[in-house]
Ligand binder design. Structure first.
Ligand code: GLV
Ligand code: MN
Ligand code: MN
Length: 412
């Protein structure tokens, strides 16, 4: 008989509050950047949860924290987890809930069903948000699939001017050992995550089973102009990069609006030099985060956006440079893993709906080495990347019950 797993709601709530207290800010917000003192404290707490669950704990060479239960039949592991870093400020749930879910689900399954046949591992991944190192590009999961280049630790610089290599050394990790983090023995990776959008709430469904993850490209655009007096320089005699940047921003967002759902484009960061009210700027830099889950539509989206950027720069007679600092292809979830998640949800009596992910996730990297599946938990008002992020304990526990059921089906 396949067991039913009942997850203790109080334990889930306590874990959310305890982890959310580390790096707490702005009321219900969290600011926990990779390799910061808050990050160290959070990894320590997760380590404690893993030990309480009877798992063997270690930190790998990039900073991912692993808890492992051996399997009687050996073989490749069934792994679950998510990332421990946050936006600045983010909420208590993005990434964190998947780490909490892994520890709680593993504990429930081990307590109720005893030692597994296949090894079970939970992982608290070190970096996903890019909130300290914008070009780290999933440092933790890339460490696991072995795609961190030897020059990356000294090449990737944080908003604070510190290289990711220096930040690693500050928490006792040796960047030269990064290749040791690579794994080829993870059969399945399951990631529970908050939805971060409004679809589950609109459908009145607590939990989602993800069919696939969107594709993304992150572009840095710099428009170079000339600093001049804001009053004395006539409007027709300026080389104003702000004027061009404003047109560019409007145009690239316009492409996604015209294409409609599921295309999205966000300009979330803009830097102006010298950034004074009465100086025509010398330089405007902004980022374009542009996503589409359909490979062909995505290609067209980027081609149209690139053409518009070039046209606007040319028409303004200004120099423009662009640099891709992050890109991921769309990634389908493994159909067999999706089936297992749906079966677990049915058996656990948790209503679920199938849905795509508009957010990118570590699973997308880990898909290079493992079969992946994702569970979404309803987000209140669809809010995320803000302290307003919230998911009801009941919905979190229901998601964890699906995760526990899937771990059992895959590892026993
Ligand atoms: C992840 O944080 C994303 O931006 O999708
Ligand atoms: Mn996340
Ligand atoms: Mn996020």
């Amino acid at each position: 008989m396949t067991p039913i797993f009942i997850i203790d709601r109080d334990r889930v709530e306590r874990a959310i509050m305890d982890l959310g207290a580390i790096g707490a800010c702005a009321g219900t917000g969290v600011s926990r950047t990779t390799f910061s003192p808050e990050w160290v404290a959070a990894q320590e707490l997760v380590g404690q949860w893993c030990r309480d669950a009877g798992l063997a704990v270690r930190m790998d060479a990039v900073g991912n924290l692993w808890g492992r239960a051996e399997g009687s039949a050996g073989g490749k592991a069934i792994a679950t987890g998510s990332h421990i870093d946050s936006q600045t400020p983010g909420g208590r749930y993005d990434g964190a809930l998947g780490v909490i879910a892994g520890a709680i689900a593993a504990r429930a399954v081990l307590e109720q069903a005893g030692p597994p046949k296949r090894p079970i591992e939970i992982v608290s991944l070190c970096e996903e948000e890019g909130s300290r190192f914008p070009s780290a590009g999933f440092w933790g999961s890339r460490g696991i699939i072995g795609t961190i280049a030897p020059e990356d630790p000294e090449r990737i610089v944080g908003y604070d001017g510190v290289t990711i290599g220096e930040a690693m050394r500050a928490v006792g990790l040796d960047p030269a050992r990064i290749p040791d983090a690579a794994r080829d023995d993870l059969e399945v990776f399951l990631e529970l995550h908050i939805e971060q959008g409004p679809m589950l709430e609109q459908a009145g469904t607590p939990v989602g089973v993800v069919t696939g993850i969107t594709g993304i490209r992150e572009l840095r655009v710099v428009v170079h102009g000339r600093a001049d007096h804001a009053g004395a320089r006539p409007i027709d005699l300026r080389q104003d990069p702000m004027d061009a940047a404003a047109a560019m921003i409007h145009a690239v967002i316009g492409v996604a609006k015209e294409m409609g759902r599921p295309a999205v484009t966000t300009v979330g960061r803009i830097l102006v030099e010298p950034n004074f009210p009465n100086i025509v700027p010398e330089r405007v830099e902004f980022t374009i985060d542009s996503r589409n889950p359909d490979p062909e539509a995505r290609r067209q989206q980027y081609a149209r956006q690139d053409a518009l950027l070039r046209e606007i720069a040319e028409a303004a007679g200004l120099e423009m440079t662009t640099e891709v600092f992050g890109a991921l292809d769309p990634c389908p979830c493994d159909p067999e893993v999706v089936r297992v998640l749906e079966e677990a949800a049915r058996a656990q009596n948790v209503p679920v709906m199938s849905m795509p992910s508009g957010a990118v996730h570590d699973s997308q990297q880990l898909a290079a080495r493992s079969r992946i599946g994702m569970i979404f938990v309803q987000s209140k008002d669809g809010r995320s990347h803000t302290p307003a992020e919230f998911s009801a304990v009941e919905h979190c526990a229901q998601g964890i019950e699906v995760l526990a059921g899937a771990l059992y089906r895959l590892a026993y």
